[in-house]
Unconditional design. Structure first.
Lengths: 267, 267, 267
């Protein structure tokens, strides 16, 4: 069971080795994702050209695939990166942004998991429900369900694919199909900043880069996200300033902050 | 005639229903546009793949097309989205970024209006002049004309296309060819932040999503933009901090702020 | 030899004429690059479509090419822009982001310099070493070398291509193969913000747009970057707030700030 000690250990490792995380992600969040990884202490690279995807995956410690603004050449690059990651034994993490809102998003997400199972799928409740063939309704890329509504789907999806599923929401749920971890950190204003969910996925990639246990990696990532959000809200006056103080908090968060704030529980 | 009361009513509606706005926009502003819509209370989605444009337009309440970084596949996606929006009776809003600076921008903008007339065209004076066949000179994507210089062109364009034209500038001009509304809110530092014009267009889309009168929707959007800019400048020390406080102000702006600040007039 | 006086002269010129800088750059930094150019006083345009690249280069005063997120159509657009710039006698500036991390990045960078020599290549030490055929090792887009390690490569590259090479690092090195300028401004937190290197390149383009001496232009740009970073750190609490205060500082930096802070030296 992950806890403050395992989280502090892994955060120190990220800050010490600055693992390279290869992102094939969407246009909306590329800048904020890179900044989140840098603030945490990881080293981001973004590369989507067929000509270089394999090389980038080769030098990276983890791959993050985010389908937020898909098109055919990007889907092909994602397939290549997943295939390379699997061949090299490197973890990859999937963010099925807007799965359920269009067929291509749902189908691309599932197709990528069949190329090779990801270490972690990180999505909101609507996306996780959609990947289990539940009602398709998402509101674009926002969730219309609380995370608890996706608990069954998350467990079933994790078991079916053989991966960890991490459902973000007021309480985050992280499961490998059997074990279940709840993280109750965070702040309700966070969904009003675009890309914080995508940052959670990238940060899951950073933790997966240095910890071979994907359940721990996912739980660590969601905890750090939530705690940094709480710290940021102590200085922010709205979603604009939240975005910046969040990066400062990711950079500054200390063992004392973690010990005091962490709200992680089993089951 | 729109006024503080109609604006407060529509803002409350946006905050209550969080209308989904489908954006096909440029790479430079995707993040800031999504954040502006979220801060206002709307729900953004960005999607440009031919495979999903129709589905996204189908679940959205309004479509925003911004030509700031064009290429052939994106132009085709824009045509599809406009066609879908028209077929479904949903409003679409055009931002002809850099019209006049290159032929493809001017011609694409006009061609899209012939697929189906937009509810609103929101541009700067140089762009509106270029769409009326005026002198091509823009300075890239910045205007070299005051908004008043485009008044005749705006009216003629609105009448010719059968839409509302919203010209941003020191004083914003909103016209349907007959009626004319002036909005004198805003701050001269705002053009020093990239993407605030694009945010104005997206916010016009959010107001059009919940108000069938495009003249009101456009006037409401330009007013909110200007007032949020003024509120942000009370905390900002330059264009960097302006950008963030602007989002905070969009989120926080109240009926009292609107009553005190609104500078909208007929004619 | 550039100095505070030549820098103040050129900064005043940029602020007076707002030169249009045409950028073909990567998806991660488009927004922050545009904002940096606007904050400095220049006028950015981003355009990558074959249909408009020549027109945009035609109205611009300088072209900036940044290979941070390459793909085949973008490489072709870059070639077109370089060819146009050369034909029109306009300076162009190259940022070889991640050269050494993949073959396509190294080869594209070198191929573009053979279309026409740039006024300036601005990269980190690992990238400059890679362009000289040195050890390929970069950590994605981050440098694993101090700038001094690339001094020899920078001089050789500058002589071989016939351009200025500007190596960013704790101390920036600017050389045309013979003359060498060191700029010791800046702050160690700056590499924790994505896109500040790319902003340095764009700002080099802005200075090159109004000063025909590329050695001066590059030295002026690196100095302004470093000093604005120092000023921003006096207000910032981490990489998030640094990013915004940096833009405010670019906008606000005065002759007095420059006189007091500049740490530029020959040799």
């Amino acid at each position: 069971m992950p806890n403050a000690e395992t989280l502090c250990r892994d955060l120190a490792r990220i800050r010490a080795v600055a693992p390279l995380v290869h992102n094939i992600t969407n246009f909306v969040v590329m800048n904020s994702t890179a900044n989140a990884l840098l603030a945490l202490g990881a080293s981001p690279v973004m590369a989507h050209a067929a000509e270089e995807v394999d090389e980038m995956t080769g030098i990276a410690k983890a791959v993050v695939i985010n389908i937020g603004t898909l098109s055919a050449p990007w889907i092909e690059a994602m397939r290549m990166a997943v295939r390379s990651a699997a061949a090299l034994g490197k973890p990859w993490v999937l963010d099925p942004v807007g799965a359920g809102a269009s067929r291509v998003r749902t189908e691309t997400s599932l197709a990528l998991t069949r190329v090779a199972p990801p270490a972690v799928i990180r999505g909101n409740a609507s996306e996780i429900l959609a990947l289990r063939g539940g009602e398709a309704g998402t509101k674009g890329v926002a969730s219309i369900h609380a995370s608890e509504a996706a608990l069954g789907a998350a467990k079933a999806l994790a078991s079916a694919i053989g991966c960890v599923v991490s459902v973000s929401g007021e309480v985050d749920l992280i499961t490998d199909g059997n074990a279940l971890i709840r993280v109750a950190n965070g702040h309700p204003l966070m969904p009003r900043v675009t890309g914080l969910g995508c940052a959670a996925t990238a940060i899951t990639g950073a933790f997966a880069a240095i910890n071979p246990d994907p359940l721990e990696a996912a739980a660590h990532a969601m905890s750090i996200m939530g705690m940094a959000g709480e710290m940021a809200m102590e200085k922010a006056a709205g979603p604009g300033t939240l975005q910046l103080h969040f990066l400062d908090a990711l950079y500054a968060i200390s063992e004392a902050d973690i010990a005091r704030r962490l709200r992680m529980s089993a089951g």
